[in-house]
Ligand binder design. Structure first.
Ligand code: C2E
Ligand code: CA
Ligand code: CA
Ligand code: CA
Length: 278
């Protein structure tokens, strides 16, 4: 019958979609994606909390797959790591950012911070230092302040991390601890590494305003960062109430949909304005 035909058509569509998605999860697809320019970068503004001025952006990668559509980075980054493809993928990211740099210079002042996420598989690869050097050399000289974002879990993974972080500092880069509060914190490492920023995971930020009392862990994280002389960045700020509370706690930087979603380069250069709500 017609109905059955439609039904099987629908089912077929769903199935093909599923199969394509599964197929897209072969390592080769990532390499093809790189070749065919399926990856691009979005930039999310970060504002300092006193005057709510944009001080920089975080680069967030996107994969626009021709059949599967937008594949979220949470899915393809860990997949690339599992397929031993995180190094070529991150090198590609570096090239994309370098290509965007002239446009970025038009909206970001000299000294603006450019946040770049580094996956653990790349951090601990043999070519890491060389890749970073090449990336830096591909950017306009002395313009951006590169902040490498590394998740909490990578700090505890490797003893060699200490040497790598020292090297990054010597080369003039800054380091942020990403998703802080979600990993198994080894606070001793935090003290030893002397990193620059602590990014408060959005899970904590979400809870502001929804609970009668804010999280004691959030309070402790903010206090800890201050004691360690680290600047704080609150992630996932979505409401005026959250922004207000975080500003009152003197969290240094704010990032989230309330200020701006991640933007395509063209949207960013069209001009971003921030308004202060009460
Ligand atoms: P992340 O580093 O914690 O990045 C912040 C994520 O939160 C981004 O998701 C961003 O779009 C999202 N976000 C920002 N503001 C808000 C908000 O107000 N509310 C909510 N609900 N979400 C918000 P995205 O772009 O999907 O990236 C997810 C994760 O994938 C990133 O988490 C990062 O760990 C990883 N990732 C993204 N791009 C790259 C990359 O180029 N390299 C590496 N190694 N990892 C990347
Ligand atoms: Ca990040
Ligand atoms: Ca994060
Ligand atoms: Ca995250």
């Amino acid at each position: 019958s017609v109905l059955l035909g439609i039904l099987s058509g629908l089912l077929g569509g769903v199935l093909t979609g599923y199969l394509l998605y599964t197929r897209s999860r072969s390592g080769k697809e990532i390499l093809i994606g790189i070749k065919r320019h399926q990856f691009f970068v979005m930039y999310q503004p970060v504002v300092e909390s006193r005057e709510l001025r944009m001080t920089g952006v975080e680069a967030l990668m996107r994969w626009e797959h021709p059949e599967a559509g937008m594949i979220p980075p949470d899915a393809f980054i860990s997949f690339a790591e599992a397929q031993q493809l995180i190094v070529p993928l991150t090198r590609h990211l570096f090239k994309l950012i370098a290509a965007d740099a002239p446009q970025l210079q038009k909206v970001l002042p000299r000294g603006a911070k450019l946040g770049v996420n580094i996956a653990p598989g790349h951090l601990h690869s043999a070519t890491f230092k060389e890749d970073i050097r090449q990336f830096a050399a591909s950017l306009p000289p002395d313009y951006f302040h590169i902040v490498f974002e590394i998740t909490e879990r990578d700090m505890i993974q490797e003893k060699e991390a200490l040497g790598l972080f020292q090297w990054l500092h010597d080369e003039g880069f800054e380091i942020a601890v990403d998703d802080f509060g979600t990993g198994h914190s080894a606070l001793i490492y935090l003290e030893r590494f002397k990193l620059d920023y602590l990014k408060i995971d959005r899970g904590f930020v979400n809870a502001i305003g929804t609970e009668t009392v804010t999280s004691p862990v959030l309070d402790a994280v903010i206090t800890l960062a201050k004691r360690l002389n680290m600047d704080t960045v609150a992630e996932g700020v979505e409401t005026a109430e959250q922004a207000k509370w975080l500003r009152e706690q003197h969290v240094t930087y704010l990032q989230g949909y309330y200020f701006s979603r991640p933007l395509r380069l063209a949207q960013l250069t069209e001009g971003v304005t921030f308004s202060e709500d009460d």
